[in-house]
Design a binder for this molecule. Sequence first.
Ligand code: AMP
Length: 209
Amino acid sequence: MATRDIILFGAPGAGKGTQAKRIVAHLGIPQISTGDILRAAVRAGSALGLKAKPFMDLGRLVPDDIIIGVVEERIREPDCQLGCLFDGFPRTLAQGEALDDMLGRAGRNVIVIGLEVAEEELTRRLSGRWTCPQCQRTYSDPGTCTVDGARLEQREDDKPETVKKRLQAYREQTAPLKDFYQKRGRYRAVDGLGSEDEVWRRVRKVIEG
Ligand code: AMP
């Protein structure tokens, strides 16, 4: 069976987490979200969490060698052998090159779905974002998660000053990856504006096309 590797690419607030859930349910591949892995490590107080937390609190990227090590280990697991969905990774050119190497060694390559959303809309979304601490689904109002009933929380790094820093990190360090994948003919742009269902219809067209 052919492997299926997909990168869900886009700025913070573009809707990656939400669409990631739909893609993995549709294709039956695991989701590798480096942000979720890091937040779990911070909650657990592990060595990884202790290293990552100061960067995350400032809205900065965690160093490449740490993140690449995490992903390398994760994709060696049996559930990743037929492909996976990368959410929030790669975020720098060095990470993109490392991922190409890791997958290339196994004869795999990846397509990139780029969720495109204008920056004013990203700021608006992130500043009013509420997250379920259990399943990481996001909402635009406080309350409880409609899926598992947990009380929604605001992520530390969704505070306005940190949001600015995260968008700056995206512009400076992550956005150049679009060109990297476009040159390799692997980038598929998807308009990220609209309801969850509308965006999902566009995403599904790409993964089925
Ligand atoms: P996210 O939930 O994907 O927005 O990630 C939250 C935070 O985790 C980011 O602001 C970074 O500090 C860190 N992070 C997540 N993924 C990466 C990555 N691929 N490279 C570097 N830092 C990351």
